[in-house]
Design a protein around this ligand. Structure first.
Ligand code: F3S
Length: 641
């Protein structure tokens, strides 16, 4: 018998698909678990109902109240009431506000090695730290998965990240993922799955692995996965879930599409400078920059291991007078463990603010930086304005660098200070209580308050398609630009009709009014349109505004799927230089019978500009995606089929 050539990904997918996953071919993945957060959850449940499902069919479905845990607005509290009742009614669990961030609790309480999870949040890749396949998807795909439908993707390339050596003092898992971002950029993972192998793997704890897989999202990867090994077994035992352990390792002759070598011993403390996660440089290069605010937390760096490292660094020290230091633990379990181990006292004595367990500041909810100030964060994203301050200056680093910098009041490479490097041992008992995770309850009555709107549905695609360009924008437009997530707007996300007034207003304040007046329109964009969060309302709200399609130089993966799911055409310039000839207000008409051409498999369409000249666009999509677009989106398509 020959050597086993299967990768970890292939082994897991083989158990969750009908055939053998071949690169580039569509695969239908059976989903074991789903997770929803509270800003997109309402839409997903409305879609679940619109699809006429009456019960969740995955093994586990969990609804979290994490983004809006502060309940700054009564509308948030009311929406949580809706989520608490609807999730339990249909067979899901509900995690109460303040219990923690979805990815953190899912990994503490539910995820199992070898399982598949589809999350309505882009950082669902976190689950790869446990040897599971976690994928972030559009909400409609998650609603379908909750109803028992498989999730279809084109089988990505599988890239081996071979880890050797061992992390040195003051370097951590965050530096490993920043190093990958430095080398590969935010586009380096598109169409790829990263699989971590090599002798360095066993030197990383499960929380460290989760930090790396979590932030592989910023590489644009489909997912990222570590082996499930003895450290996984030991960690699951700590969590009181040792019974779900199984060993998963790549076959000895595992074949990868590419291999990236990372020597952990050679990694130094790194930092992403404003305002992209791949603007990575050694910390030493920006050392001496004054910091007004330091935050540690989020689903990337809010685990017990992270916050305990902070407590260790600040023990016996004081946060600098001109600097605020806020710790956002990712779960109440992490807070409880910190209290039990004594770290809470150190934090308070040093002058650190301990926040509720919430996404909070990660999406600009609380701790918004002041104008012209520097915010140093052990988070995952520093896109312009995400902090709630339009002209922010946010740096991303490890919890260790953040803590040392908070003490010094300026960015420091901690290796140049007299501080003692942290040493964190995970407690033997890390079991959680059941107090805040409510189980399914079919007898419950669903509460629907005024914050809950309806899902807009597009008409089937017609043969004539002509509309003006309502927005002309540049490269790297994020879903944060499209559907802003500031505290004022997040409370409206459960009501698509109200939230539509804010679409793309970070780029052009008149876009919603102009689109409504035009009764349709095209968005024209540069490269990587729709990168960032998986938020499906960045596509769904375009239906509410009547937008017909987006013509871009390229699209981010999840957002492109979301556009198709809501019947918005994602068209790519055949010749990107045409972009420079277009202007806002130009009338664009598809020359062919649009619906007919798309249904019959045409991969190029001709666009007429003001009846004066023409250019070609590409539509790269599967047969099923064409049928979805022709039907006006996946919701009408699924109901019809
Ligand atoms: Fe929450 Fe920020 Fe993670 S919004 S899910 S902590 S990326």
């Amino acid at each position: 018998m020959g050597a086993d050539t299967s990768t970890i990904t292939e082994q897991i997918l083989r158990e969750h698909t009908d055939g053998t996953p071949e690169r580039g071919e569509p695969i239908d993945i059976e989903i074991d678990q789903t997770l929803l957060h509270d800003v997109l959850g309402p839409l997903i449940w409305l879609e679940f109902e619109a699809l006429e499902y009456d019960q969740v069919r995955t093994d586990v479905a969990v609804q979290y109240a994490d983004h809006q845990a502060y309940q700054l607005d009564a509308r948030d509290t009311d929406t949580h009431r809706f989520l608490r009742t609807i999730s339990r009614k249909y067979g899901g669990h509900f995690s109460k506000a303040g219990a923690g961030i979805c990815h953190q609790i899912q990994r503490e309480r539910f995820i199992e090695p070898g399982s598949t999870l589809l999350g309505g949040d882009s950082h669902s890749l976190t689950m790869g730290g446990f040897g599971a396949i976690g994928i972030g998807a559009g909400g409609l795909d998650v609603a379908l998965a909750m109803g028992g439908e498989p999730y279809t993707i084109e089988m990505p390339e599988i890239v081996e990240v071979r880890l050797t050596g061992e992390l040195g003092e003051w370097t951590s898992a965050k530096d490993v993922i920043l190093e990958l971002l430095r080398r590969l950029s935010v586009k380096g993972g598109v169409g790829r799955i990263f699989e971590f192998t090599g002798p360095g793997v066993e030197r990383l704890s499960v929380p460290e692995r989760c930090t790396i897989t979590n932030m592989a999202t910023e590489l644009g990867a489909t997912t990222a996965v570590f082996p499930s090994d003895e450290r996984t077994r030991r960690h699951l035992e700590r969590l009181g879930r040792g019974d779900v352990y199984r060993s998963i390792a790549p076959g000895e002759g595992a074949v990868y599409d590419d291999t990236i070598e990372v020597d952990l011993s050679g990694i130094e403390p790194l930092i992403a400078t404003p305002s992209m996660p791949d603007n990575v440089v050694p910390v030493a290069e920006v050392a001496g920059t004054s910091v007004d605010q330091v935050l540690v937390g989020s689903c990337t760096n809010g685990s017990y291991a992270d916050i305990a490292a902070v407590a260790d660094v600040v023990a016996g020290e004081h946060v600098a007078g001109e600097t605020d230091f806020i710790l956002n633990p990712a779960s109440k379990l992490a807070v409880r463990l910190l209290a039990e181990e004594g770290g809470t006292t150190e934090l308070y004595a040093a002058g650190v603010n301990l926040s509720e367990s919430t996404c909070g500041a990660c999406t600009g909810q609380g701790h918004v930086p002041g104008p012209d100030s520097v915010s140093l964060r052990a988070f995952n994203r520093n896109f312009k304005g995400r902090s709630g301050q339009e002209n922010d200056s946010v740096y991303l680093c490890s919890p260790e660098v953040a803590a040392a910098s908070a003490i010094e009041g300026e960015i420091v490479d901690p290796r140049t200070t007299d501080l003692t490097p942290p040493t964190v041992e995970l407690p033997d008992d890390m079991t959680s209580s059941d107090a805040e995770i409510l189980p399914p309850d079919p007898s419950i009555e669903i509460y629907r308050g005024e914050t809950i709107g309806t899902i807009p549905i597009k008409d089937p695609l017609g043969s004539a398609l002509s509309a003006p360009i309502t927005l002309l924008t540049g490269d790297d437009i994020t879903t944060d630009h499209i559907m802003p997530a500031s505290s004022e707007i997040l409370s409206l996300w459960s009501d698509p009709q109200a939230a539509a007034d804010y679409v793309l207003t970070r780029i052009d304040g008149e876009f919603p009014t102009r689109s409504r007046a035009a009764g349709g329109g095209w968005i024209v964009a540069g490269e990587n349109y729709g990168q960032g969060s998986s938020r499906e309302n960045a596509a769904l709200e375009l239906v509410e505004l009547g937008t017909d399609g987006v013509i871009a130089k390229s699209f981010a993966r999840i957002h492109r799927s979301n556009l198709i799911n809501f019947g918005i055409l994602p068209l790519r310039f055949a010749d990107p230089s045409v972009y420079d000839r277009l202007s806002k207000g130009d009338d664009l008409a598809i020359v062919e019978d649009a619906a007919g051409a798309i249904r019959s498999g045409a991969d190029r369409l001709t666009v007429s500009v003001n009846d004066e000249w023409r250019f070609e666009v590409e539509l790269v999509c599967s047969e099923e995606e064409r049928a979805v677009l022709a039907a006006g989106g996946r919701l009408p398509y699924t109901k019809r089929n």
